[in-house]
Design a protein around this ligand. Structure first.
Ligand code: SF4
Length: 258
């Protein structure tokens, strides 16, 4: 096994031990968008499956969202040649997202909510109790910073999200893995990458700003990404405003008005 594959599979194993993501008899539906991360996840889960003493099944699901230039045939060929169990679902969310997103706002928010709804329905139809998403360490820490900078809250993406209404559990087996490693893995495996033309057409996204900020800070602090990830599991609520939020808000308002 190549070293990058070994490293990433080991991290999936660590994530599974830590967050209890996949177990015996799970049916894992992998949401494959056609990007490097979800291709990596699909491939790595198949490798991981051969290494663990329990059995689980994998099915790949891709949503054809009606985006111009989406080449479903390339994906289908790849799935077939590599022996994946798969389904491609057509739903034109593209027109809705274009129509409903106000000018200057990012498409991803509405688009991902619609995608999530479709994925839940597919999971139900396919009998999948887990839906695996390709978000990685850098997605988690960028989301943390975005929420802090622009929404005033401490929130990221959970490695495991159990649905309150009994639907499939969302899992993120790449939560401990770096985007750069997934990029290298995708190049090594020559996945048929299909870029998202929708959000790719937007240049001034806040996420790009956060990515740039992290890159800049990383020059003097190479541990910054690891530290930010660690902070998500190392929360000292006694030194936050939890439980005192209302009085703290009042205080902030007083300061603002001074
Ligand atoms: S706009 Fe593209 S990247 Fe954003 S959620 Fe939709 S498909 Fe994903």
């Amino acid at each position: 096994m190549h070293s990058i594959e070994k490293k990433l599979t080991r991290q999936i194993s660590q994530a599974n031990r830590r967050f209890d993501l996949i177990g015996q008899d799970d049916r894992v539906m992998v949401a494959v968008s056609g990007g490097k991360d979800s291709w990596g996840l699909l491939s790595l889960l198949r490798v991981y499956r051969t290494q663990v003493p329990f059995d689980f099944s994998i099915i790949a699901v891709t949503i054809d969202q009606g985006q111009p230039g989406f080449d479903g045939k390339r994906l289908e060929d790849y799935y077939a040649v590599h022996g994946y169990d798969y389904r491609i679902v057509y739903k034109d969310t593209y027109s809705v997202v274009i129509d409903k997103t106000p000018d200057g706002k990012a498409y991803c928010s509405l688009c991902s909510r619609m995608r999530r709804g479709i994925l839940y329905r597919q999971a139900e139809e396919l009998g999948a109790n887990k839906v695996a998403l390709g978000h990685h360490r850098d997605d988690l820490i960028e989301t943390l910073l975005l929420n802090q900078f622009y929404s005033g809250r401490v929130r990221s993406m959970a490695p495991k999200l159990v649905e309150a209404n009994g639907g499939a559990t969302i899992i993120r087996p790449l939560a401990l893995s770096a985007e750069d490693d997934l990029r290298a893995y995708a190049m090594e495996k020559e996945f048929p990458i299909i870029p998202c033309n929708l959000c790719g057409s937007q240049t001034n996204l806040k996420r790009q700003d956060v990515k740039r900020l992290l890159k800049t800070l990383e020059v003097t602090n190479p541990r910054i990404r690891g530290n930010l990830l660690a902070s998500l599991g190392n929360i000292d609520t006694s030194h936050l405003l939890v439980g005192e939020l209302d009085s703290a808000k009042d205080e902030l308002q007083i300061i603002e008005h001074d």
